[in-house]
Design a binder for this molecule. Sequence first.
Ligand code: FAD
Length: 260
Amino acid sequence: MKQVTASVISNREVMPEVYLIWLESPQIAFTAQPGQFVMARCGEETLLRRPLSIHQLADGAKLAFLFNVVGKGTHWLAQCQVGDNIDLLGPLGNGYSIHSESHNLLLVAGGIGIAPLRFLIDKTLEQGKEITLLLGAQTSSHLYPKNLLPLGIGLAETTEDGSAGERGMITDSFRGFVFSAWADQIFACGPMPMYRDMARRKQELKLEGKPVQISLEVRMGCGRGVCYGCTLKTKSGLKQVCTDGPIFALDDVLWDELAY
Ligand SMILES: Cc1cc2nc3c(=O)[nH]c(=O)nc-3n(C[C@H](O)[C@H](O)[C@H](O)COP(=O)(O)OP(=O)(O)OC[C@H]3O[C@@H](n4cnc5c(N)ncnc54)[C@H](O)[C@@H]3O)c2cc1C
């Protein structure tokens, strides 16, 4: 983990209220793994740093974040201009664990949940894995743009209003559940209700016996295991999302005891 000053290379709105920011930071890019995150100081706007997943790397020195503008910190980030400096702490947390014997990977991205999965796509394509990405959003304008995705992956889209892809929730798009049957491993990132639905309908969605890893985006204080603000009850005891996660096995989380 390093504390660095990263300079902004570009920052643009790629979906309504969702920005893609690229920064120069060889120190973080060098060791970052898919699923890890940074804590970003958002100017003087916020006392606490804000956690952001590493979205993509390029040229061994550049890294990108994809973020939704929801409050003071992300609003500040959206205003950053080329050449501005951002103080980052990272890479933090444990990333996704990709099993060497797994070939078929199903990635499930609910809304801004594509943020950590984009980096996982690049990494696993390099390893020669087959990837199917399920992208879900409320409406077509909130679907991650296809031109930001690499070639060579399978893609299925769903929108809640039916304006693109299949109509419905992303978990409905397991399409007769051929995708889950096909997958050797499943990686998901999305809102808590999506995870709860997957956990509750595990048998129906043919997820039983499949290794499913999820990224938990809970409120976080320090990001370094000091404040215990993101403590979570799991089947293997109390865990801190920042240092033990943010990646967890879907099966390990005690969903009924979760306050989120
Ligand atoms: C490990 C991790 C990785 C994350 N990666 C990303 C990412 O790549 N892209 C992205 O857009 N967001 C990501 N988040 C969520 C992001 O950190 C929050 O949206 C951000 O901190 C909000 O800061 P703010 O100052 O703009 O909003 P605040 O003023 O702090 O909050 C505004 C609103 O957002 C809600 N909110 C704040 N934090 C969270 C959170 N962690 N989860 C859900 N709702 C929240 C608040 O309840 C409130 O309603 C991640 C969170 C974690 C824990």
